[in-house]
Design a protein around this ligand. Structure first.
Ligand code: BDR
Ligand code: CA
Length: 316
């Protein structure tokens, strides 16, 4: 199996986004993946909440032997942008597995350097911990096996009318820039593909009936999330499914064939204007193209993902 570190901004439960939770569960369920370490980062929620909620899920999944280490509480430059705690966290604190003491970027560096060539880092939140790890010890650049990232929007700029670009990149554009310029072998799984892989309301109801503690909780959380989106954004077409952004990034670790890829030269806008966090992707189709710095997923076999994902989740 491929040994991974999963870096997450998990916020599952009480109407919050659910895809990080499914990604963690998929990594656990996939026999071709071995979860070595889980680290948390400021993103969908503040980092303390992310750590507590990850601890809750680890208990539900019966994962006792994988260290859970907290990371950065803010983006690297805009240190005033700490997210607010998730409202449902206090209630759940009691049922969370305690975290292992330490600091995620340090733990990432140590784990990669002590296992050269063996570790794939899967980043499913803003890239802050990864960028700090790179600053702490650039030797990880040659010791890491691969970096797989859920992030970016490569064909176009608009996803939400509130903000251009993709959340994990615009939440810490300077970190994304450090990663893109690092020379690390990196595969980006962006919204272009992740919006096409979805968990429907019927899937959620189906999981809710499952005898497994994780599946029933996750089905319930997904159904609540889908309903909550309709209340939050009343003007939009009614949502009937939720994108499995982060699970796709985990799935391609053992199943790279689920996507097709293209090498690209990608940079990120870090200025303070409206386009902050938008990626500029050169598809290398010009006569003298720049050197590519990453592989980008350009298409996905949504049906193949769906059967891989659901069959593994149902084993939990
Ligand atoms: C990304 O943002 C988060 O809301 C999701 O968990 C995913 O990592 C998608 O843009
Ligand atoms: Ca995420």
């Amino acid at each position: 199996p491929t040994r991974i570190i999963l870096d997450t901004d998990l916020s599952m439960g009480a109407g919050a986004d659910v895809d990080d939770g499914f990604a963690l569960a998929l990594a656990h369920a996939d026999p071709d993946i071995k979860l070595d370490l889980i680290t948390t980062v400021n993103g969908n929620t503040d980092v303390e909440s992310a750590t507590i909620l990850t601890g809750v899920l680890l208990n539900r999944l019966g994962i006792n032997d994988v260290p859970l280490i907290q990371g950065s509480a803010t983006p690297i430059i805009h240190t005033d942008l700490k997210r607010t705690p998730a409202s449902h966290v206090l209630k759940l604190k009691e049922s969370a597995r305690p975290r292992t003491l330490g600091y995620a970027p340090v733990a990432i560096v140590e784990h990669i350097l002590t296992n050269p060539g063996d570790i794939t880092l899967v980043a499913i939140g803003p890239l802050t911990n990864v960028a700090i790890a790179l600053l702490l010890d650039p030797r990880i650049k040659s010791a890491i096996k691969e970096l797989v990232i859920m992030g970016g929007l490569f064909f176009g700029t608009m996803y939400s009318r509130d903000k251009p670009g993709e959340f994990n990149v615009f939440s810490d554009p300077e970190a994304a820039r450090a990663v893109l310029r690092s020379g690390i072998p990196q595969r980006w799984i962006g919204l272009d593909c992740t919006l096409k892989v979805r968990l429907t309301m019927e899937d959620a109801e189906d999981l809710k009936q499952s005898p497994s503690s994780f599946a029933s909780f996750a089905g319930d959380a997904s159904a609540t999330y889908i309903k909550h989106q309709a209340v939050r954004f009343p003007g939009r077409p009614k949502m009937t499914s939720v994108p499995m952004h982060d699970p796709l990034a985990v799935a391609v670790v053992s199943r790279p064939d689920l996507c097709e890829y293209k090498d690209m030269a990608v940079s990120v806008i870090t200025g303070n204007g409206e386009a902050r966090g938008v990626l500029i992707a050169d598809r290398l189709e010009t006569p003298s193209p720049p050197t590519p710095n990453c592989r980008v997923a350009v298409s996905v076999d949504a049906e193949a993902f769906r059967s891989h994902f659901l069959s593994l989740i149902k084993t939990l």
